[in-house]
Write a protein that binds this ligand. Structure first.
Ligand code: CA
Length: 226
């Protein structure tokens, strides 16, 4: 998933980024409302973590701007303001969840996952495609009885292919999903990850096909015709 963390407390922002990047997610950090708006203008995020006390503007205003976007990403407020009135006010403005500081990163992660499930992100259920099985909740994929050994980023790529199966995905879309803005990588990095993943899926009924000039389609391979 691609996450935007709008938070001016650098220690917290970096801890959050480390936590989710370690799991292979792409995380962008914005320390000001202006930086957040710049990112949001050019990037589609799966979720946004939003602090309310930002140096240049109120997080409430950023939330209001975000609600004008289509599609609007789900927003989880992280704030030291723990009062009921603050929470109610921000739910009324369209926040999807509200976590008061200080919080445990595990709670943040659990809430974020619940929020993504509600927003029709990746289902936690197990998906079977021929001999291929994908278990997003357990972070496992297997071909027949054999579990695949996947790096974190490879797993995220596979997850994306499973979620967007039977649809063409472009290399740009994959780049957006897998890498944050401060990682200077090009489309050849995408090709590299796809070819690695393909090798690991060699015996799988779920395969990644190249669509020349457009990108890839991941699909259940039809049975070979005689
Ligand atoms: Ca703050």
């Amino acid at each position: 998933m691609r996450l935007l963390v709008i938070e001016d407390a650098e220690d917290l922002a970096h801890a959050v980024r480390r936590h989710f990047a370690d799991q292979g997610h792409a995380v962008d950090l914005a320390g000001t409302a202006a930086a957040a708006r710049d990112y949001l203008a050019v990037t589609v995020y799966d979720a946004v973590l939003l602090d309310l006390g930002l140096p240049d503007d109120s997080g409430s205003h950023v939330l209001q701007d975000l609600r004008q976007q289509t599609p609007a990403p789900p927003v989880l407020i992280i704030s030291a303001r723990a009062g009921l009135e603050d929470k109610l006010q921000h739910f009324a403005l369209g926040a999807d969840d509200y976590l008061s500081k200080p919080f445990d990163l595990r709670e943040l992660e659990a809430r974020l996952q619940a929020l993504l499930r509600r927003h029709g992100g990746l289902a936690a259920s197990v998906i079977r495609l021929g001999n291929f099985t994908f278990d997003g909740a357990a972070k496992r994929a297997s071909v027949g009885p054999v579990g695949l050994e996947l790096g974190r980023r490879e797993f995220r790529l596979l997850e994306y292919f499973v979620a967007s199966r039977n649809r063409i995905v472009s290399k740009d879309q994959i780049l957006e999903r897998l890498f944050s803005h401060d990682e200077e990588v090009g489309l050849n990095a995408v090709e590299l990850y796809v070819s690695r993943l393909r090798r690991k899926l060699e015996a799988s009924d779920f395969t990644i096909r190249t669509i020349r000039g457009l990108g890839y389609v991941a699909e259940l391979t039809p049975p070979a015709s005689p």
